[in-house]
Design a protein around this ligand. Structure first.
Ligand SMILES: Nc1nc2c(ncn2[C@@H]2O[C@H](COP(=O)(O)OP(=O)(O)O)[C@@H](O)[C@H]2O)c(=O)[nH]1
Ligand SMILES: [Mg+2]
Length: 454
């Protein structure tokens, strides 16, 4: 069996669909075209239709396109076969390719080859990965910017700035009689490092919004039992997802559902009503709400407007204000009556906005959802030029930031040996950021974080 390191994989989602894409990369693409598609004079980037032949018989009627390297995703010869999307068809073709010496690709191996062949760096590869896993349309323009190299430029810009500071310090020592840096060079260096600290903070902080756009905006619905939390979830989902009854304590576990609000991916959590209880299971549910309140990006606090506010409402307001969370209040059951006193409780929770209405009558819901969309729109409009979406990138930038602060710390900057050593560490970290650091295990990282066929 020939084995020249040509790889193949199903690049479309696993399972059955109308069409599946099988991709090959490596020097054997042309051989496969001759063996299985009976085409010995293929032109690059042209779509053909014919049968995929296995053991001299027609297996499936397919479209295919051959891309001549190095102007391809991987930088190698590439072949894409668009076959019928049945699992049997996909399996038959992959099996035939393997019998012809084509090795199944490892996770992310197409992208790994692209990086190794200089087609992209790790920042661009991470943008590709985020595009594949994206669930919010609003994130796409940002990732496209990354694909065009804007984030890479920003990172190499950081590298340049640190390299300049290092050179400045070292030159200043070389040309002076003492081991210490002259005061004006020192001032210049401090100024640059201070500006870099701000730049790093902006990038690290941007991950908060980046994560909201890629992993979803998490909203917890809280309130005492029977105020209409589950009714709200059901109404937003337009289905009976959560059990609604007139009995307090119906919802005991946390229910998580994904919805799209104005094009944003939102995870809504319905929770157990918070109250003092001796019921063991209910207690466990309430403990979970407590944890969820720490993690959620926004909390919808529901109160029953038809009943006077009580100590349970007040206790929830206290828990929320303690956490300094973003809170939206919804005064529910307006159809049943309006009793005073809820505004004060809402204020004490730290909520900036309150709405009133009736969930069962779908009254006030548009305002509530519209407000959430506006909130996210505002966040996006304040988004920095470059946003990061990868926790790996954030981790490295934090390390750089810490070292930056170390040099700026008391007297370290004057210890030229130490500051020079730290600047060297920073430069190594920034190299790792783009995937080219000496000690960085690029292959391991790609295998762990990318999927097969990518
Ligand atoms: N009149 C009225 N009843 C409501 C409204 N929202 C919910 N309910 C009722 O209040 C009860 C408790 O609702 P549920 O969603 O289970 O509350 P939860 O315990 O907070 O999840 C149910 O009988 C609902 O039908 C409303 O806007 N108006
Ligand atoms: Mg409930």
């Amino acid at each position: 069996m020939k084995n020249d390191n040509t790889i193949c994989a199903i690049s479309s989602p696993l399972g059955s669909g109308a069409i599946s894409v099988i991709r090959l990369s490596g020097p054997s693409c042309k051989r496969i075209l001759e063996e299985h598609l009976k085409n010995s004079s293929v032109k690059s980037r042209r779509m053909y239709t014919s049968h995929f032949i296995i053991n001299s018989s027609k297996f499936d009627r397919v479209n295919y396109c051959y891309y001549k390297g190095p102007e391809t995703y991987t930088g190698e010869d590439l072949l894409e076969i668009f076959c019928h999307g049945g699992i049997g068809v996909q399996g038959g073709i992959i099996n035939a390719l393997e019998n012809s010496g084509i090795r199944p690709a490892l996770p992310g191996e197409f992208t790994l080859r692209a990086i190794r062949n200089g087609k992209m760096d790790l920042i661009e590869a991470e943008a590709v990965n985020a595009l594949i896993t994206s669930r919010t349309r609003n994130v796409v323009p940002y990732l496209n910017k990354h694909l065009n190299g804007s984030l890479t430029e920003r990172f190499t810009g950081l590298q340049d700035k640190y390299a300049k500071i290092k050179a400045l310090f070292e030159a200043s020592i070389d040309f002076s009689d003492s081991d210490s840096i002259s005061p004006d060079i020192l001032a210049q260096g401090m100024d640059s490092l201070n500006r870099l600290a701000g730049e790093l903070k902006e990038l690290v902080d941007s991950f908060h919004l980046g994560a909201i756009l890629t992993a979803g905006f998490h909203i917890a619905i809280v309130g005492k039992p029977n105020v209409g939390k589950s009714s709200l979830l059901n109404m937003v989902l337009k289905k009976e997802r959560s059990i609604v009854t007139e009995y307090a304590g119906t919802t005991r576990d946390i229910l998580k559902e994904e919805v799209s609000i104005g094009g944003y991916d939102v995870c809504l959590y319905d929770t157990a009503g918070i109250r003092k209880t001796e019921d063991h299971i209910e207690k466990l549910g309430i403990k979970k709400v407590d944890e969820l309140m720490n993690d959620a990006h926004l909390i919808i606090f529901i109160m029953d407007l038809s009943m006077p506010p009580d100590s349970e409402d007040m206790e929830i307001a206290r828990l929320l204000s303690e956490r300094k969370k973003q809170v939206l209040v919804f005064f529910n059951k307006m159809d049943k009556g309006q009793i005073d006193g809820h505004e004060k409780v809402a204020e004490s929770s730290g909520a900036l906005t309150a709405f009133e209405g009736s969930i069962t009558n779908e009254d006030g819901l548009d305002d509530l959802l519209g407000h959430i969309k506006e909130k996210l729109d505002t966040m996006i409009s304040h988004a920095p030029e470059n946003m990061i979406f990868s926790s790996r990138q954030r981790w490295i930038l934090r390390q750089v930031s810490e070292r930056n602060a170390e040099i700026l710390g008391k007297d370290v900057i004057k210890e030229t040996d130490i500051s020079s050593y730290i600047l060297e560490e920073i430069l190594e970290l920034l190299e790792e950021l783009t995937g080219f650091g000496k000690s960085f295990d690029l292959q391991g990282y790609i295998f762990d974080n990318f999927c097969i066929g990518k």
